[in-house]
Design a protein around this ligand. Structure first.
Ligand code: ADP
Ligand code: MG
Length: 252
């Protein structure tokens, strides 16, 4: 099994035209950790994530994986070993599930994957290999997206609102399933979400972004205790209140 990898951001800046999407971010993400990147729309979360696998090139600063500056590595080489899963996972529509999974492994330079085993790992029946993406539900497509990333040998996973388009029950099942995979495979995961409840329940560490900078960085427990600053407290207040209301309802 591959060893989980660390990611370092040093004074990272990315500008678009007039605006600054990421305005100086410094973060150290330990190998094996599960970090949620939370914040409102336009905060710079996706831009920060996409600089890790060179989908976006920073204007300033440095991003390293295991101490190696990604700017000095070709994009395909950086992406080998990184899984990228986003909301509309982007399976090739004209290829079967098996072909979608196999092509990722081939691009990753690996041997032909055991597609059935990859499907089982993400909780799908083996015979889904023959299906076309259009024959899957949204949740099943996201599972294939994760299987595809892992078949390529990824040890670092970048998830951008991976469960965003799913109904709450499917979303919860996928979130738990994914966290379990993260632990079993000893992955490093950076997950973008605007859902603080999801971040609190899934991550070891929550980084809150606003206007391109980090405004809070703490464990879920510290965030829930309201000890991670005003921005974090405001975001945590909503799910905390809902949890209390549900608890009261059950008690009464
Ligand atoms: P988030 O993922 O937190 O919603 P993004 O990283 O997508 O935020 O965007 C941050 C800011 O950068 C936004 O103001 C957005 O409009 C801008 N932006 C993102 N990508 C591009 C792009 N390719 N071209 C121009 N502006 C962009
Ligand atoms: Mg985004």
């Amino acid at each position: 099994m591959s060893v989980s990898r660390s990611v370092t951001f040093e004074d990272v800046v990315k500008r678009y035209g007039g605006g600054t999407a990421v305005a100086g971010v410094t973060l150290e993400i330990a190998g094996g950790s599960f970090v949620a990147l939370v914040g409102g729309s336009g905060a710079g979360k996706s831009t920060l994530l996409r600089m890790v696998n060179r989908l976006v090139i920073p204007d300033e600063g440095r991003i390293s994986i295991d101490g190696r500056d990604v700017a000095g590595i070709s994009a395909p080489a950086v992406r080998r070993g990184i899984g990228y899963v986003f909301q509309d996972v982007g399976l090739f529509p004209h290829m079967s599930v098996a072909e979608n999974i196999a092509i990722a492994a081939r691009i990753g330079g690996g041997a032909a994957p055991d597609v059935g085993a990859e499907l089982e790992r993400v909780g799908l029946p083996r015979d889904y290999a023959a299906r076309m993406p259009a024959q899957l539900s949204g949740g099943q497509r996201q599972r294939v997206g994760v299987a595809r990333a892992l078949a390529g040998g990824a040890s670092l996973m970048l998830l951008d609102e991976p469960f965003g388009a799913l109904d709450p029950v499917t979303r919860d099942a996928l979130a738990r399933g994914y966290r379990d995979l993260h632990d079993r495979l000893e992955l490093t995961t950076i997950m973008v979400t605007h859902d603080m409840a999801e971040a609190l329940l899934m991550a070891d560490r929550i980084v809150v972004m606003a206007k391109g900078v980090v405004v809070a960085d703490a464990t879920p427990k510290t965030m829930l205790a309201g000890e991670a600053g005003e921005e974090a407290a405001a975001l945590v207040a909503v799910p905390a209140r809902q949890a209390e209301a549900l608890e009261a309802l059950r008690g009464g």
